[in-house]
Design a protein around this ligand. Structure first.
Ligand code: 0L1
Ligand code: MG
Length: 266
């Protein structure tokens, strides 16, 4: 008889197939209405093993649904977490749209950790003393579900819509400037399309790291030294298409610019 872990593994392999091929899929909860959020995080962990077999190793974590607006859109009152792997990091200033379905981008602050961070009831001081540096970042989210439509269980199993991320060329001391008052503006093809503040991320991006450590602790995990952590979107995400140019200004932390390309003209 098939054990629960075997069937969760099959689901993880199916999600992996759709993620790597960039093919959209039906919501998992249509075929598996009894899956729990705990099962969905187990699917994510099993997916990490699928990626590892391709030598696509975990290099970090992401927090999602960190704004009240996003939580409302999925009908939850808690953020979610996902995993970042080596192949998701975009190096250079071209975002290839190959293998992406309906990508959206959002500005974030990334923390890079120098020490393990684990446990409940951590304080900002615990986080700062475990942080090596911070970097402006852009996350590319790309739900594998049709029309970006999902339940909490679906989105957690789909690795919190993780798909790509871009880090700035410049790292900063975590003590450089207050991150809750950090202002960002996002431009698409020269037109300002979004602006926001660091405080949109659970009040302060440091709180996102505390929340991640708490959620991982609940699941018997922790943030490992060397990991990159994307703390959550500071504005709403915008759709991007072939040929778009995106620039995100992070005030005193500089900017990130990239072009989206389906590679057909190269
Ligand atoms: O990074 C995010 O906040 C996205 C989490 C998943 C929800 C979505 O795909 O919009
Ligand atoms: Mg995000």
């Amino acid at each position: 008889m098939e054990t629960k872990t075997q069937s969760l593994k099959q689901i993880a392999e199916n999600i992996d197939f759709h993620q790597t091929k960039g093919i959209e899929m039906d919501k998992l909860t249509i075929a598996y209405p009894n899956l729990s959020v705990r099962d969905a995080y187990e699917i994510q962990e099993l997916w990490e093993q699928c990626a590892k077999k391709r030598e696509d190793n975990k290099i970090g974590w992401k927090m999602g649904l960190t704004s009240i607006a996003k939580q409302k859109s999925v009908g939850v009152n808690e953020p979610i977490y996902g995993r970042l792997t080596n192949s998701m990091e975009v190096k250079g200033n071209t975002l290839s749209l190959k293998g992406l379905i309906h990508p959206r981008v959002e500005p974030e602050v990334a923390f890079v950790m120098k020490k393990d961070l684990k446990g409940k009831n951590l304080t900002p001081r615990d986080v700062w003393s475990a942080t090596e540096f911070i970097m402006p970042a852009v996350e590319v989210i790309d739900s594998r579900y049709k029309n970006f439509s999902f339940t909490l269980v679906d989105v957690v199993a789909d690795n919190a819509s993780s798909s790509r991320f871009i880090l700035s060329n410049q790292a900063f001391s975590p003590f450089h400037s207050p991150m809750d008052s950090l202002e960002v503006s996002m431009y698409r093809n020269g037109e300002k399309v979004q602006s926001g503040l660091g405080s949109a991320v659970l009040g302060h991006p440091v709180k996102s790291i505390i929340k991640l450590a708490e959620m991982l602790d609940r699941d018997g995990l922790g943030i490992e030294a060397g990991m990159v952590v994307l703390t959550g979107g500071m504005t709403e995400a915008i759709n991007i298409y072939d040929g778009d140019t995106v620039k995100v200004e992070f005030g005193p932390l500089g900017s990130i610019s990239f072009n989206a390309s389906n590679g057909k003209d190269e």
